[in-house]
Design a protein around this ligand. Structure first.
Ligand code: NDP
Length: 313
């Protein structure tokens, strides 16, 4: 019989990192179970740790009452019911910092791809249009423009540093002003009015839901570009589609959506003004390995009764 503690994994992450869990835990993969309720019932008396990359609600915590730690894979933990965990004395961790540079690189890549229409241009060449129709229409300059960053935390500051490299004029909106050499706006519509590009990198959840609404999109304007690498919930997707369709917003680069992995057909149909990505800002081998290892280290610390490395509650 195994002496390793039982760990339930709700949803998977990078398989190379997940395999390392086997060195320390008896791993139970909930997403592979034909009968999920039966798996939870079989673990009710033994499972002491939960990990996952998506959601973890009070129902799972109650099904596994011996749980000591929930090690979430990802820095954004809006899918985890942290209040319910805290009430049950369960420690929760996430995976901050190890992905900040990766997500910041990607945000700038998405901004460039959207402004310079790189995916559209690729399709233009492949379709033989360069030969048949000549040069493609001109695109938008990125360097030296005004950027507004919604959220200036671990990732937002890395985005700002990269924007400095592109000689941009940098503004940001957060609830509290930071000690940084960038222009602070206490009001999001005002910032949107003053910038060319708006990059969203705040956490998801109720406090940021639909922060980027019709008013903000209209303030950004017909030449404005939105990049969302935060959470789909931060943007009012219906308002975004209308603004793009009516030409009230110039373009959008989107890595995250309201109902992932479902993406509205209207956005898919806008091939020239919208760049779509499958929530992959942190998804490189190196960063996903680092995130997976941090999940494991947090779970081990929690079970050993030590302080978590990156605690949430
Ligand atoms: P941090 O907690 O370090 O930073 C969050 C920033 O958002 C802070 O500057 C905070 O400032 C600001 N903020 C929070 N709430 C509000 C609000 N209601 N209004 C205005 N500003 C707010 O987080 P990270 O930078 O590490 O990560 C940010 C988010 O990015 C994650 O929570 C996740 O959702 C998303 N993300 C997306 C990824 C992807 O794959 N696309 C990958 C990784 C992260 P203040 O408290 O002063 O308001």
């Amino acid at each position: 019989m195994s002496t390793k503690p039982d760990l339930l994994v709700i949803s998977p992450w990078y398989d190379v990192a997940m395999e390392e869990l086997d060195d320390h835990f008896t791993v139970h993969k909930l997403w592979e179970a034909k009968d999920k309720a039966a798996m939870l019932a079989s673990l009710a008396d033994s499972c002491v740790a939960i990990a996952g990359a998506t959601a973890c609600g009070a129902d799972i915590m109650d099904a596994l009452p011996r749980t000591k730690v929930i090690a979430h894979h990802g820095v954004g933990y809006d899918g985890v019911d942290v209040k319910a965990a805290t009430e049950r004395g369960i420690k929760v961790s996430n995976t901050p910092d190890v992905l900040s540079d990766e997500v910041a690189d990607f945000a700038l890549g998405l901004l460039l791809a959207t402004c310079r229409k790189i995916p559209h241009a690729d399709r233009y060449v492949r379709a033989g249009k360069w030969e048949s129709e000549g040069n493609m229409a001109f695109t938008q300059r990125v360097h030296g423009r005004k950027v507004g960053i919604l959220g200036l935390g671990r990732i937002g500051i890395e985005i700002a540093r990269r924007c400095e490299g592109f000689k941009m004029d940098i503004a940001y909106h957060t609830r509290s002003q930071k000690d940084v050499p960038y222009t602070y706006y206490g009001d999001l519509p005002s910032m949107a009015r003053d910038v060319d590009f708006l990059i969203a990198i705040v956490p998801g959840g109720a406090s940021t839901r639909h922060m980027i609404n019709r008013e903000v999109l209209d303030a950004l304007g017909p030449d404005g570009v939105l990049v969302n690498v935060a959470r789909g919930s931060v943007v009012d997707e219906a308002a975004l589609i209308e603004a793009l369709r009516d030409g009230r917003l110039g373009a959008a680069g989107l890595d995250v959506f309201d109902q992932e992995p479902k993406v509205p057909q209207a956005l898919k149909d806008m091939t020239e003004t919208v760049v779509l990505q499958p929530h992959q800002a942190s998804a490189t081998h190196d960063t996903r390995l680092a995130m997976g290892r941090l999940v494991m280290e947090n779970a081990l610390a929690g079970l050993a009764g030590k302080p978590l490395i990156t605690p949430v509650n």
